[in-house]
Design a protein around this ligand. Structure first.
Ligand code: AHM
Ligand code: MG
Length: 348
């Protein structure tokens, strides 16, 4: 049997990569790992407990909240409040930022943005869901943290990660030095390093997009989808379409197998659906660290100016070459029809 390395051991070992680290980020990551285990326990009981179904309230985006959304949000906030390393939590489920005033957090310098339970419409049907987190450092270490500290561009992220509650539960994270994945062993209650140095293949054969919205997509996206469906043995097309409806699960699969995930602007969601701060930026950081690419069709996700906490953005993310091809279609959409574009693209 090979040597098993737990998430806790790995985090402490990696602290050495940051010569002046005092262990605060390590403790913060550990706290997030603990909250994730609590959420995992409840997600796994979802079919057994009276926890299924809607809680009857709506979140600030007007979407109905599931009971597990609320539970997951509470677990993360509780863990971050009592951990002492986090001064502000920003969550998909809370309209305003949550400032932590606990005495233990007096010197806290980290901001954590979370989507505590992403893809929650999939819970009732036993399909994978996830949690996403993004960590920033306070801009001015001596001043109280404000919303400005939360609205930093994605390039300023110190760490980011996700937990996918799937056929097994995995935590995948980066601190800007590659991407590592840990699988929860339920028999010992520990997440163990199972996917060291994860990289996303530069090319893939999977495209993930909600094609039901096709009619509402911009021309460039429509043309790219058609491109994915054209037969061409030299590029292994047609590609395979896979769409779970849980961004974390869709991206996790594409990270491992190679592929592109697109949530563009649509007629109904003119700014896109997914949120920049706690969905797009952390996923972009992870995918870039794994060698992939994340843009809004034109600009790098992590360089987009953040003007509000719940800002939305279109996203094209995954295998580098696939994202670049989709960007070409976006750029050329105004001038080229698909029929014109196809020979141009096959010519390279
Ligand atoms: P949520 O945060 O309310 O769960 O919404 C985000 C989810 C993503 O996980 C997923 O990629 C997307 O919404 C699916 O949206 P759609 O049903 O419009 O395809
Ligand atoms: Mg979400």
């Amino acid at each position: 049997m090979g040597e098993v390395k737990t998430l806790g051991q790995f985090i402490i070992e990696k602290q050495a990569d940051f010569p002046y680290a005092k262990g605060e980020l390590s403790r913060l990551l550990r706290d997030i790992g603990i909250a994730a285990k609590m959420v995992n326990r409840e997600v796994n009981k979802a079919g057994l407990m009276d926890i299924l179904g809607q809680a009857g309230s709506t979140n600030i985006q007007g979407e109905s909240q599931q009971k597990l959304d609320i539970f997951a949000n509470e677990q993360f906030i509780k863990a971050l409040t009592s951990g002492g390393e986090c001064c502000i939590v920003a969550s998909e489920e809370n309209e305003e930022i949550i400032t932590i005033n606990a005495p233990v957090a007096q010197n806290a310098k980290y901001i954590v943005a979370i989507d505590p339970l992403d893809g929650s419409s999939n819970i009732d049907v036993n399909v994978a869901v996830g949690s996403i987190f993004s960590i920033y450092r306070k801009i001015d270490i001596n001043a109280p943290a404000t919303i400005t500290d939360v609205c930093q561009p994605g390039t300023q992220q110190v760490a980011a990660g996700y937990i996918v509650y799937g056929s097994s539960t995995m935590l995948v994270y980066t601190t800007g030095k590659g991407v590592n994945g840990f699988t929860l062993d339920p028999s010992i209650g520990e997440s163990c390093l199972s996917h060291p140095n994860m990289t996303v293949p530069a090319d893939g054969q999977i495209y993930s997009v909600n094609e039901g919205n096709y009619v509402h997509f911009p021309k460039g996206v429509k043309q790219y989808i058609k491109y994915c469906q054209v037969e061409d043995s030299s590029t292994n097309r047609p590609y395979t379409s896979r769409y779970i409806g849980s961004m974390v699960a869709d991206l996790h699969r594409n990270l491992i197998k190679g592929g592109i995930f697109i949530y563009p602007v649509t007629a109904n969601a003119p700014k896109g659906k997914l949120r920049l701060v706690y969905e797009c930026n952390p996923m972009a950081f992870i995918i870039e660290q794994a060698g992939g690419k994340a843009t809004d069709g034109f600009n790098r996700i992590m360089e987009i100016e953040v003007t509000e906490l719940h800002q939305r953005s279109p996203i094209f993310i995954g295998s580098k070459n696939m994202v670049e091809m989709a960007e070409r279609f976006m750029r050329d959409a105004g001038v080229l029809s698909f029929a014109d574009a196809e020979p141009l693209l096959s010519a390279g």
